[in-house]
Design a protein around this ligand. Structure first.
Ligand code: SAH
Length: 273
């Protein structure tokens, strides 16, 4: 795939990847592009529902009130933004690096009657196109792992947050060294989706360096990554048109189900007053 095109920056590559994904029919996923959250004793709940549950858990952590201004960093097709706006009365601005996602998110919001309450614009989270202290809260659902410099993105988020404003994000991180026999599968997953794994040990110092105070570091790997890969491995055909390589080189969710070291964190932080 085009990740090998050396003339494009990582954000540009990621933008093209999501342009390709946008061309696919996403009805089956309910429009949200992230993993689910399940209670460990009830992993039969469909991914669409479990994905909304993760959005709702993150939204709760922002303590939003009607009229609050929220920034959604890496907003995808705008499904989470619309859900947050409807459920809280907040105004949500989404940005994404994929132009096709922005076009589609805008169309979908208009069709849902949310045009005045959510808005979407193309932009790179490494350089947020907003003034200092312009948002009450920031959400970033499974987007920061595509960005070349997490600390810069966190600094940018800190800059646009009002003092006392909250951030919630999910990110993939290494819970420990990847075993040699799993490395190839992890590398393929990271390469196909143009991602990196965060260093779990450096996350808290990195937040501090960016001027944010940690409120919660919730390792959701068991409730999120594993059941999602399990469900995806049963419905793998959906991704076929995106990855045009030979089948034996293609990312396969089944390979990832038992990689315990591939972790996901639900993180909440605050900009000090
Ligand atoms: N948060 C959405 C989409 C997750 S997919 C959801 O949960 O449904 C990852 C998103 O990150 C995509 O929308 C992609 O366009 C965006 N993204 C990746 N790199 C980015 C960057 N450098 N700047 C802005 N958005 C980026």
């Amino acid at each position: 795939m085009s990740a090998q095109n050396a003339t494009l920056s990582v954000p540009e590559e990621v933008g093209l990847l999501y342009d390709r994904l946008t061309a696919l029919d996403t009805e089956g996923t309910g429009g949200s592009l992230h993993l689910g959250f399940w209670d460990l004793d009830n992993t039969e709940v469909p991914l669409v529902e479990a994905a909304d549950r993760l959005t709702d858990m993150m939204t709760e952590r922002l303590r939003l009130e009607a009229g609050h201004k929220v920034l959604d960093v890496g907003c995808g097709l705008g499904q989470p933004a619309g859900r947050i706006a409807r459920r809280t009365g907040a105004h949500v601005t989404g940005i994404a690096i994929s132009r096709d996602q922005i076009t589609r998110a805008t169309e979908l919001a208009e069709a849902d009657g949310l045009a005045g309450q959510v808005e979407f614009q193309h932009g790179d989270a490494m350089n947020l196109p907003f003034p200092d202290a312009s948002f009450d809260a920031v959400i970033a659902i499974e987007s920061i792992f595509h960005m070349p410099d997490r600390e810069q993105v966190l600094s940018e988020i800190q800059r646009v947050l009002k003092p006392g404003g909250r951030l919630t994000l999910t990110d993939f991180f290494a819970r420990g060294p990847i075993p040699a026999d799993k490395q190839e599968h992890v590398d393929r997953c990271l390469r196909d989706f143009i991602m990196t794994l965060a260093d779990g040990d450096d996350y808290l110092p990195m937040l501090r360096r960016a001027g944010l105070r940690i409120a919660e570091f919730f390792d959701i790997t068991e409730q999120s990554v594993r059941p999602t890969f399990q469900q995806m491995s049963q419905a793998n055909d959906q991704l076929d048109p995106v990855f045009d390589e030979e089948a034996d080189k293609k990312f396969s969710p089944a390979d990832m189900v038992d990689v315990d070291e591939f972790g996901s964190v639900l993180l909440t932080a605050e900009k000090p007053r």
